[in-house]
Design a protein around this ligand. Sequence first.
Ligand SMILES: [Fe+2]
Ligand SMILES: [Fe+2]
Length: 472
Amino acid sequence: MNQINYSEKIPNNVNLDDNRRLQRALEQWQPNYLKWWEEMGPKDSSNLEVYLRTAISVDSQGWAHFGHVKMPDYRWGIFLAPEEEGRKINFGIHKGEDAWQEVPGEYRADLRRLIVTQGDTEPASVEQQRLLAQTAPSLYDRRNLYQVNVEEGRHLWAMVYLLHAYFGRDGREEAEALLTRHSGDPDKPRILQAFNEDTPDWLAFYMFTYFQDRDGKYQLSALSESGFDPLARTCKFMLTEEAHHMFVGETGVTRVIQRTCELMKENKTDNARTAGGIDLQTIQKYINFHYSICLDLFGQEISTNAANFYTEGVKGRFLETKIEDDHVLTSDSYDVLELKDGKPTLVEEPALKSINERLRNDYIADSQRGVDRWNAIIKKQGIDFELSLPHQAFNRGIGTFAGHRFSNDGKPLSEAQWEQQKDQWVPTDEDFAYVASLMKPVTEIGKVANWVAKPARGINNQPFDFEYVRFD
Ligand SMILES: [Fe+2]
Ligand SMILES: [Fe+2]
């Protein structure tokens, strides 16, 4: 077992004790982190006892520990996946060389930028979810929200550790800045736009954890291939936490759909709103919005930066070592969807410059799998309705389609046509107001709001009617 040392102020499995300078730097950052958590983290939650899981070791058995904890007492710390002996760099011009244990000087700026961009998303999502507990549809859901929040907090710790340990003074400055930018702040916003959007209600939260945390999975997977070994190992362990976030998203949307179908059948209506549920059309609009802003997170279709990161060996592809090619890519091509003569068209491009697009395509295929499972539920209920992911060109803010209008199925539209039709594709103020009207907190043990089904099972084999959150 790769145990985590919990006896120290900052739990870790990196022998922090042997590195007093780093330990002091992190201990200085810690109070600022706790202050940020208090001010920007889950509102009014300090006195609650939450049934949380805490990692006690970093191998597959390491998640065994569950118990009620006050969140400010959660042991945030630094956990890296175990070192792989003799690990090599698996792609780019350094392919076959030993993985780096220190930052190579020539790639320092690129690595810092990748770590800061990833690090910035972690506290951003906590800020975006700050008010959601106040309208949680059950104690089970409220607990899941808090679990996601503490783990995103720990992901911030993970990136801050790398900045402090490997980037000296400017690393420490970047670590400070991660606590001073805030989601949606007009003066100091978060780096990526999807992390400045509102998460106003629980349908948005489920969509967020389905689509946006899944972006996290793909970014972390690509970084876990890095030739910079401490980054690779950090991201590998973060991925084990990410899996639960996506579980919360997928099962959350599943439960909404389940309940919507039940309400439609019980009340013999095509419109679940008349029965106090969330209608399938509104669910589709939320999918359209969240999916399209998440596609932007993968960046430009054709990117010299992404090509450089790959060639340098600092950021790989999803499951890099499982791909059968030369892992250098200088003579390969890749089909990229681009805007040509006003229409989305597949264009053959150099594979190296298409790294972002390839990762986006992996993400798209993965996102589709959940939608297929949701459709199976609707079909099983005998309801004639199919959810879908909108076209890749729809509602995009970055890349070849940005600044152009498309229908949900990818037909080019004029601005006037878009204005006329967009209300059928993205949530309107009225849709948001309706969903908001359903958001009433349920704090009674074993009870759930009317618009969402109970989960199939509880957390850690506990029943649904378990006291997942204790109020004093
Ligand atoms: Fe995260
Ligand atoms: Fe996450």
